[in-house]
Every structure is written in structure tokens, then in C-alpha cells.
Design a protein around this ligand. Structure first.
Ligand SMILES: *[C@@H]1O[C@H](CO)[C@@H](O)[C@H](O)[C@H]1NC(C)=O
Ligand SMILES: *[C@@H]1O[C@H](CO)[C@@H](O)[C@H](O)[C@H]1NC(C)=O
Ligand SMILES: *[C@@H]1O[C@H](CO)[C@@H](O)[C@H](O)[C@H]1NC(C)=O
Ligand SMILES: *[C@@H]1O[C@H](CO)[C@@H](O)[C@H](O)[C@H]1NC(C)=O
Ligand SMILES: *[C@@H]1O[C@H](CO)[C@@H](O)[C@H](O)[C@H]1NC(C)=O
Ligand SMILES: *[C@@H]1O[C@H](CO)[C@@H](O)[C@H](O)[C@H]1NC(C)=O
Ligand SMILES: *[C@@H]1O[C@H](CO)[C@@H](O)[C@H](O)[C@H]1NC(C)=O
Ligand SMILES: *[C@@H]1O[C@H](CO)[C@@H](O)[C@H](O)[C@H]1NC(C)=O
Ligand SMILES: *[C@@H]1O[C@H](CO)[C@@H](O)[C@H](O)[C@H]1NC(C)=O
Ligand SMILES: *[C@@H]1O[C@H](CO)[C@@H](O)[C@H](O)[C@H]1NC(C)=O
Ligand SMILES: *[C@@H]1O[C@H](CO)[C@@H](O)[C@H](O)[C@H]1NC(C)=O
Ligand SMILES: *[C@@H]1O[C@H](CO)[C@@H](O)[C@H](O)[C@H]1NC(C)=O
Length: 694
């Protein structure tokens, strides 16, 4: 079944002719699964005050000459207390030299409070785990209380403190019995002023709610569940700019992010605040593991955001740091760093991807990257870890010829008109190395008088994703997916936006301290749909029409045997009818059609969702064709399960059987060799692979 029509938005206005195409059973572009992933950037409090579940802000008074330690932010005295930060001659640890000193006069109740990350969540039934270190002259009961600004006391714990010159840790727990209506709460530490002799010193004051998978020093459950809902396959961490650092000597030095929290000094984050590094390398790896994601490990490439490139004579210091990091993550107990990891009780982990730096072409970094920085990393890492796919930190797809003999990370920030034009963007790309779309997003609305294809720096930005922008992203994603043999995968960026402090907009998931405010954006829903049903084998499409307003790809999932088509309908004036068939799927076959849609300019309100999901069953007509309509600005999936494929179902074809068996034996082998590489996505088992494994 094949009919040829030339379609356009205007054609639709006149007569709604069906978009007709047929899907062949052999000869697709690829047998490689295309990945949907997450790009992590430590901005918008996505680490501290974000996915990292610590509730106390400025818990260890970390600072440096970029962000000096102080109590003015986040801590307040109560009663007669006076509070200050001190660098004692006997600090808690070398990494945490600064502590909070409290003095008080009189006999009343005194102490201090913390404001949290714009408040504290109070949820009935949550067991909160708190701890702090104290030294000095406090003898008596200290009360820790989660309290509202209008003095509703939701939960409290009494800790009997007998402090001395030695730093002593105290732990406590409490469980509120009612929810607070908002996050307008503080954590108050109080004691009788008469119990204080001289002064007391506090450090590393910590409070955690329940965490995902109940991990110590863990991650926020609702944000992890939100991410898990995307069925992600890969995770680029620890971010982009976060890897680079502001200036020498401040970079994401992984050795300072592992081990006990008392050994982590923190560093001046690149987005306007101090990083505690409580979310360190091990926590990133556990995060990836908990969501069954492959890590795309970002390593510092000898380049800082102030434009300083490490000279060639010193680049080996950073190359060695990356090699040590890989040994820490993957080495066995016979290696120095592997043994250290074992002593901490973690891993080993599998690392299939390393990205060298982040956007190294910006700020004048390109020449040094090409001349010696990237080659130094590439040569050293590939010599020791030949199975790792090494990715360059920028990529000029228009230039077609890759700048390096390696995979590249392509970033695309655009306006909808530009993104919607890019369905065929990767068609002409040819390289031995597949591309990672490490970051993409619509960041502005189309503007009336804009003629150029690129977004305008300084133009008004969208605060959160909006629906027609999200649909244009779907077009871009499907364009990459139909070229999946050339792609590693794609990740929206950035992932998170704390509504109280964000530096880059828009972001995929918005949130604040109050759990009811967590918002899955319109773009989130697009990824969730497209990622939730995986094509492992693209199939050729016979289609004589033009692309737009309907865009689609089709293929098969070799594990479930489903036939799948994915659609985006953009700027149509009315419902778009489809008429399509799959070779091997016969009359009476049933498919599940799911489409999502929303008013074109709408955004998701805080804690809400305007994206509608429609599901229906579509049955193939006598000639095997599926006939249905999709509304303007919609994204859809049609899936025909193997058992529902009808009489035309054609797994008797030996070439299919071979492909499927080969895939399964590959999956078994990989599962055995690598342990964590097979993930279950709904009822479909998806396999993550690096390009060497294809
Ligand atoms: C106080 O410390 C916070 C947290 O490190 C930092 O963001 C802020 O810049 C500091 N303020 C001053 C006045 O030093
Ligand atoms: C602290 O409180 C406990 C009961 O919670 C009490 O037994 C103890 O005597 C108190 N200690 C002081 C020093 O007041
Ligand atoms: C406090 O809790 C932490 C984490 O569970 C634990 O490692 C530590 O030993 C505890 N400290 C005390 C004094 O109980
Ligand atoms: C939070 O508390 C402050 C001070 O009491 C008050 O001004 C503000 O309205 C409260 N915010 C909410 C959301 O209740
Ligand atoms: C708790 O601390 C807050 C902020 O410093 C203060 O407004 C409130 O009165 C304190 N409540 C109690 C019960 O100490
Ligand atoms: C990274 O941190 C370690 C431990 O503090 C330190 O010894 C090393 O010099 C740092 N590396 C660089 C290149 O700054
Ligand atoms: C790809 O190449 C074809 C044939 O040269 C050309 O017509 C088409 O415009 C190219 N596509 C892109 C996106 O550059
Ligand atoms: C059109 O572009 C110009 C120049 O960038 C700008 O000043 C003007 O505000 C824009 N007009 C509209 C309607 O967006
Ligand atoms: C395969 O890729 C080419 C261009 O790279 C594209 O024209 C074609 O439609 C793709 N095939 C499928 C089945 O997506
Ligand atoms: C939709 O198409 C119309 C007619 O071609 C055009 O004027 C309008 O700008 C398009 N809108 C979008 C969002 O692309
Ligand atoms: C959506 O917003 C665009 C401007 O970005 C405007 O031209 C268009 O009319 C709006 N459409 C609707 C349905 O509100
Ligand atoms: C279609 O939906 C039905 C009912 O929800 C479900 O049982 C079936 O597995 C689905 N099939 C496919 C191919 O998604």
C-alpha cells in the first residue's frame, strides 16, 4: 500500500488527505537502539537544594575566596544567642575548617535556626534523620524542632549533649504526624542558655528526609521518580560547566568528592553558589545505577570557564586525574584506586562513555582542545580502556566532517521554528563515530520578526517549556531517531529548576522544597512518551509526501517483537489523517495508539499538568492499513504487539528470526559480562550499548 501525495500545511487547510506510508520489514537504517537520557548540570540547585536530599543549607560553612564562609546567609540566632563563623585551631577536619560558634547570656532558651533551601518540606510519616558535630561548652538537652514561621511545631527531637574539646557527633530522628501546608518552615536548634559555658561550636549539621532506595546521603525521592519516569538509558554527569570550574584551582576534582562528608571541602560552583560536594562521584554512580542508566562520565579537560587552558606541559596532571577516576570506578582490588573504592564499600561500576570536557570550543578553548588537550585524554584513555567510547565536548554537525576521530557531543538550543525544521538534520551526517546529542532544548518562543535560524542571545527566554516548543523538540528527536545508527542518544538540558534559584531557563523539571510543587514540564511528557517505547531496529518507510506537518519514524522492538511508529504533528490547521501499513502486519491486527496534546502555547502550571494523554485501539483494515487521525501539535506512538500483529505477522521470515536471535544472544552476553546493561522499560527490555558493542 503506497500512495504519493505532496502535503503541506496549506494542503491540509483545503482538504485533509491522509498521510499514507508503508513500512518495510528489512533494510532499515540501523539495528542500533537510540537512547533517551538525562543531562545533569549542577545548576538551579539540582545538586544542593535539588536532587541531593540534604535539607540544611550551608550545613558545613564551606567557603573559599570566591564564596567566603559566613553565617549571614541561612543561619539565624534565637534568644540571646550570638553566632559567628570561626576557624578553630582544632577544626572538625582539614576539609571542613570553619564552624559555627554560639555564645549566649542569661538563662532563657537560646540557639539558632536554619532556613533550609527556601524552607523545609514537612510530610506526615516521613522519618527524618539528623546529625551534627559539636565541641566546646554545652552540657544539657538540645532540642531540634521543625517549626513553621508561625510557630507550629511539626516534629522535634531532644539530644542530650555533653560536649568537650573533642568534636562529637550526635544523631537524631523525628517523624511529623501532619503535613505542613507549605515549605515555610525552619529547623530550630535550642537549649537553655544556662547549659552553655563559654561557647559551643557546631559543624556538619545535616538533616535528610527519606531518600530514594533508602540510601544514606541519598537523593530526593520525588525527583528521582520523576527522572525514572523518563525511562532514561544514559546520564551525563557531573554536568557540563560543573566539570569545568570557574578558574584555577577550582574544578570538579573528583578526589575531593568521595569518602566521608568530613573529607569533602566543597568548591565554588559555576552557577553562583558554593557546592557542598555531598553529591559526589559515588552518589552520581549510585544515581545512575538506581535508575538503570549508563553513565556518560564528564572529565575536566584542562580548561576553566574564565578561558584559561592548562598548558601542554601540565595537561598530564588532569589526564592522570581522569585515569585515576576510571580506576577508582572500574578497577579491581589489585589497583590502588580500586582498592580504595572497595574500602569504601562501593562498586565496581561499568563506564562505557567518557566525555572530555564541556563545550570546549567556547571562550577560545577550541585551538588548545584540538592541538593537545583532547588528544592527550584520548590517547591515554583509549590505550588503557579500549572499550570506552570517548566523546569530544563539541560538535559541528553542519561541517559534516567530524573535527576529531571520535564521537562528538552536539548541543542544540533553538527556537521552535528552527527545531521543527531539523527533522532531516542528521540525514547527511556520515562518520565512523555516532553523535551524542548531549543537550537540546527550545529556549525561546518564535518571535514575529525573526528571520535567522538561531536563537537570539539576550532575547526573552521561556521560563518553562511550552507545548509547541516541546512538539518541535519531538520532531528533532524523531529526526535523530530515524538516523539512530549514527546516534548515541539525546538528552534534554538542563534537568532541574528550583523555582527559588535558577540561573538557566527553561528546564525539564521544576520544583522547590514543597513536594506538591514538583512540576513535570511539557517537554518531560514528550520524552516520557518517546522514550517509553523503544525501537531497536529502524525499518524503511515508503513515503512520497513531504515532511510536515506530520513527521514519523517506524521500526521494531526485537525483544518484544512489537512494530512501532512514532509521530509528531506540528503546525496543521486541522486533524491529520493517517493511513499506514507494516510489512508483516496483517488485517485484523490491533495496535495501541497513544497521543499526547495540549493547547499550543500552554505551559504546565506549578504542580499541575495540562498535557492530555489519549489512548485507543486501532485495528488494521482488510488491506492491513491502520487509519486514524492526530490533532495539530501532538506526539504519538502506535505499537502493535507481536501477538496482535494479525495473520500477516511474519516472523517465519528467516532473516527476521536470525536478527532477533542474534540480538537476544547479544543481550545475554552483555548481561553476563557487564551486569547492569540490560534495563527493563515497561514490558520491553531495552539494551544500552556503546558503539563498539553493536
Ligand atoms: C555567605 O556564604 C554563602 C554560602 O557560601 C555565599 O553564597 C555568600 O556569598 C556569602 N556571603 C558573603 C557576604 O560572603
Ligand atoms: C535530658 O532529657 C532527658 C529526657 O529526655 C532527661 O532524662 C535528662 O535528665 C535531661 N538532661 C538534662 C541534662 O537535663
Ligand atoms: C550517625 O549516623 C551516621 C549515618 O547513619 C553514622 O555513620 C554515625 O556513626 C552515627 N553517629 C553516631 C554517633 O551514632
Ligand atoms: C511564610 O511566612 C512569612 C513570614 O511569616 C509570611 O510572610 C509568608 O506569607 C509565608 N508564606 C506562605 C507561603 O505562607
Ligand atoms: C524558629 O526559628 C525561626 C527563624 O529564626 C523563628 O522565627 C521562630 O520563632 C523559631 N521558633 C521557635 C519555636 O524557636
Ligand atoms: C585534586 O585534589 C587532590 C586532593 O585534595 C589534590 O591532591 C590534587 O592536587 C588536586 N588536583 C588538582 C589538579 O588540582
Ligand atoms: C542532505 O543532502 C541532500 C542531497 O545532497 C540535500 O538535498 C539535503 O538538503 C541535505 N540535507 C541537509 C539537512 O543538509
Ligand atoms: C524586532 O527585532 C528588533 C531588533 O532585534 C527588536 O528591536 C524589536 O523589538 C523586534 N520586534 C518585535 C515585534 O519582536
Ligand atoms: C535512513 O536515513 C536516511 C538518511 O540518512 C533517510 O532518508 C531515511 O528515511 C532513513 N530511513 C528510515 C527507515 O528512517
Ligand atoms: C504555522 O504555519 C503558518 C502558515 O504557514 C505560519 O504563519 C505560522 O508561523 C506557523 N506557526 C508555527 C508555530 O510554526
Ligand atoms: C501562540 O503564541 C504565538 C507567539 O509565540 C502567537 O503568534 C500565536 O497566535 C499563539 N497561538 C495561540 C493559539 O494562542
Ligand atoms: C495495548 O494495551 C493493552 C491494554 O492496555 C495492553 O494489554 C497491551 O499490552 C498493549 N499492547 C501494546 C502492543 O502496547
Amino acid at each position: 500500500m503506497l500512495s504519493s501525495q505532496v502535503l503541506s500545511a496549506t494542503a491540509f487547510a483545503a482538504a485533509a488527505q491522509a498521510v499514507s506510508f508503508s513500512v518495510g520489514s528489512t533494510g532499515g537504517n540501523a539495528t542500533s537502539p537510540y537512547q533517551y537520557g538525562i543531562m545533569f548540570e549542577d545548576i538551579n540547585n539540582s545538586g544542593d537544594g535539588g536532587v541531593y536530599a540534604e535539607l540544611i543549607q550551608n550545613r558545613a560553612f564551606q567557603g573559599n575566596d570566591v564564596y567566603p564562609s559566613n553565617t549571614t546567609a541561612y543561619w539565624n540566632p534565637l534568644g540571646s544567642a550570638e553566632i559567628s563563623v570561626q576557624n578553630l585551631s582544632a577544626p572538625l577536619s582539614a576539609a571542613l575548617p570553619t564552624s559555627l560558634q554560639v555564645t549566649a547570656s542569661g538563662s532563657g532558651t537560646t540557639g539558632f535556626s536554619n532556613v533550609g533551601f527556601w524552607g523545609f518540606p514537612v510530610v506526615a510519616g516521613w522519618e527524618y534523620k539528623g546529625s551534627f558535630y559539636v565541641s566546646g561548652g554545652l552540657d544539657g538537652n538540645l532540642t531540634v524542632c521543625l517549626t513553621s514561621n508561625d510557630d507550629v511545631q511539626y516534629a522535634e527531637a531532644s539530644v542530650e549533649v555533653a560536649s568537650s574539646d573533642e568534636w562529637t557527633q550526635y544523631n537524631y530522628t523525628f517523624t511529623p504526624t501532619v503535613d505542613a501546608p507549605n515549605s515555610n518552615n525552619t529547623l530550630n536548634f535550642t537549649f537553655a542558655a544556662s547549659d552553655l559555658t563559654g561557647s559551643a561550636n557546631f559543624n556538619l549539621l545535616s538533616l535528610f528526609p527519606p531518600t530514594y532506595n533508602n540510601r544514606d546521603n541519598g537523593l530526593r525521592i520525588d525527583l528521582m521518580e520523576a527522572m525514572g519516569g523518563l525511562n532514561p538509558s544514559f546520564f551525563r554527569a557531573p554536568g557540563g560547566n560543573n566539570v569545568e570550574g570557574l578558574r584555577e584551582p577550582y574544578w570538579w576534582n573528583w578526589t575531593q568528592t568521595i569518602g566521608p562528608l568530613t573529607d569533602r571541602p566543597g568548591f565554588p560552583g559555576t552557577w553562583g553558589y558554593e557546592n557542598t560536594d555531598g553529591l559526589g562521584l559515588v552518589e552520581y554512580m549510585n544515581w545512575a545505577k538506581d535508575l538503570n542508566m549508563d553513565i556518560v562520565l564528564g572529565v575536566h579537560a584542562g580548561y576553566f570557564l574564565d578561558g584559561t587552558a592548562v598548558p601542554e606541559s601540565e595537561i598530564q596532571i588532569y589526564v592522570q586525574a581522569a585515569l585515576d577516576e576510571l580506576e577508582f570506578l572500574t578497577g579491581d582490588a589489585s589497583t590502588t584506586w580500586g582498592a580504595y573504592r572497595e574500602s569504601l564499600g562501593y562498586g565496581p561500576w561499568v563506564v562505557n562513555f567518557v566525555e572530555v570536557g564541556n563545550e570546549d570550543s567556547l571562550g577560545g578553548g577550541g585551538p588548545t582542545y584540538a592541538a593537545y588537550r583532547f588528544p592527550a585524554f584520548y590517547n591515554a584513555i583509549s590505550a588503557k580502556y579500549p572499550d570506552i567510547t570517548i566523546i569530544t565536548s563539541y560538535y559541528d554537525v553542519d561541517g559534516v566532517t567530524p573535527p576529531f576521530n571520535a564521537s562528538g557531543d552536539f548541543h542544540e538550543y533553538a527556537i521552535p521554528r528552527q527545531m521543527a525544521d531539523q527533522f532531516t538534520y542528521f540525514d547527511n551526517y556520515t562518520s565512523a563515530h555516532p553523535i551524542l546529542i548531549g543537550e537540546y532544548a527550545i529556549i525561546e518562543y518564535d518571535t514575529g520578526n525573526k528571520t535567522g535560524p538561531e536563537w537570539t542571545p539576550g532575547a526573552p527566554r521561556a521560563f518553562v517549556p511550552f507545548w509547541y516548543g516541546s512538539v518541535s523538540e519531538a520532531i528533532f528527536l524523531l529526526g535523530a531517531e530515524r538516523n539512530s545508527d549514527k546516534m548515541i542518544g539525546a538528552a534534554y538540558a538542563p534537568g532541574f529548576q528550583n523555582l527559588n534559584r535558577w540561573e538557566w531557563i527553561p528546564d525539564l523539571i521544576e520544583f522547590d522544597a514543597y513536594p506538591g510543587h514538583t512540576t513535570l514540564s511539557t517537554s518531560y511528557h514528550v520524552i516520557k512518551l518517546l522514550s517509553g517505547t523503544r525501537i531497536t531496529e529502524n525499518l524503511p518507510i515508503e513515503y512520497d509526501g513531504v515532511w510536515g506537518p506530520a513527521f514519523f519514524v517506524a521500526g521494531r522492538n526485537a525483544v518484544t517483537g512489537s512494530h512501532i511508529a512514532k509521530f509528531a504533528v506540528y503546525n496543521a490547521t486541522e486533524e491529520v489523517p493517517f493511513d499506514l501499513s507494516f510489512d508483516g502486519v496483517g488485517a485484523g491486527a490491533t495496535g495501541n495508539l497513544t497521543y499526547i496534546t495540549a493547547p499550543m502555547n500552554s505551559t504546565n502550571p506549578i504542580g499541575g499538568n495540562i498535557v492530555e494523554t489519549h489512548t485507543s485501539t486501532v485495528t488494521a483494515a482488510h488491506n492491513g492499513s491502520f487509519i486514524f487521525e492526530l490533532p495539530p501539535y501532538s506526539v504519538a506512538i502506535l505499537e502493535i504487539g507481536a501477538a496482535a500483529a494479525g495473520p500477516g505477522h511474519n516472523y517465519g521470515n528467516p532473516s527476521h528470526r536470525r536478527g532477533w536471535k542474534g540480538f537476544k544472544s547479544w543481550a545475554r552476553r552483555t548481561a553476563t559480562e557487564a551486569g547492569v546493561l540490560v534495563v527493563t522499560v515497561g514490558d520491553c527490555t531495552c539494551i544500552m550499548m556503546s558503539d563498539e558493542r553493536r
